[in-house]
Design a protein around this ligand. Structure first.
Ligand SMILES: Cc1cc2nc3c(=O)[nH]c(=O)nc-3n(C[C@H](O)[C@H](O)[C@H](O)COP(=O)(O)O)c2cc1C
Length: 246
């Protein structure tokens, strides 16, 4: 028996964007994924959040106090967390957190549009990650099973420079490895974690990157194609066999 949840798992898509840019590459590619997924017959609920325009509140001291108290008790079901709240501030933190946890647990596919900011993910996405990763929320308290074991994550990245194998800045990529490590820790299987990256997006306007124009165009075209194929396959329920970067 699994934990009794108020939310039902639907074959739906939870789509989160995190860019502050008006002409965002990650938003464009993630939007293309969502459109293709629907056109290919992807069913169930579709939920969209623009984490930059409509930010998730940063966690505060009451979130931390509640999280530590819950964590000390082992794996606590979401329905039981209110019983651990000791103040109005903690109850408010939980009210901000619970719907986001429910949304992620209900999604079959989590789609993330992620710009690289200062070698990592934007604060808008990090705020969502900090909040949703409340202790124990993705482990069944009865069986110990990973609740995200059947969830697929598609992270569509955009970065101004190049971070591919052998590039001088390869070691500065704290975006893709971070996302893989984080969702792996939450229980997402490595073969259900797909990363698509458009690189050198600033080649058109930063003089030092101008010579990489063709490479940038190739990277963008490859990312578009990978997004199209992934969205179609996932909408049709084709078994996922490939986990990698475009
Ligand atoms: C605040 C900020 C920080 C950035 N930091 C980096 C960086 O560390 N490395 C990089 O390659 N590009 C960096 N860029 C460029 C973005 O990664 C690039 O413009 C990318 O296309 C952003 O994604 P978006 O088009 O979806 O907004 C930065 C851009 C901004 C606005």
């Amino acid at each position: 028996m699994t934990e009794s949840l108020t939310e039902q798992r639907t074959p739906g898509l939870l789509h989160l964007d995190a860019s502050h840019a008006a002409d965002s590459v990650s938003k464009r590619l993630a939007g293309m994924f969502a459109r293709t997924w629907r056109e290919a017959g992807g069913t169930g609920g579709y939920r969209y959040r623009d984490l930059a325009a409509d930010p998730v509140p940063l966690i505060g001291p009451a979130y931390c106090a509640l999280g530590v108290r819950v964590e000390r008790s082992g794996i606590v079901g979401a329905a039981d967390v209110p019983g651990y709240c000791e103040s109005g501030a903690e109850r408010r933190e939980w009210e901000h957190t619970r719907p986001l946890v429910a949304e992620l647990r209900a999604a079959r596919v989590l789609l993330l549009g992620v710009p690289m900011y200062n070698f990592s993910v934007p604060a808008s996405l990090k705020a969502w990650i900090d909040r949703v990763s409340f202790p124990g929320m993705f482990t069944d308290p009865v069986t110990g099973a990973d609740l995200l074991a059947d969830t697929t994550v598609v992270a569509v990245l955009a970065r101004g420079g190049g971070y591919g194998p052998g590039s001088p800045r390869e070691h500065c990529d704290f975006q893709e490895p971070y996302l893989r490590a984080h969702f792996g820790k939450l229980g997402v299987r490595a073969d259900r974690m797909h990363v698509v990256a458009a690189e050198l997006t600033r080649a058109g306007d930063i003089p030092a990157l101008a010579r990489f124009g063709e490479q940038a165009a190739r990277s963008y075209a490859a990312a578009r194609e990978r997004v199209r194929v992934l969205a179609t396959e996932l909408a049709e329920g084709v078994p996922e066999t490939v986990s990698g970067s475009a």
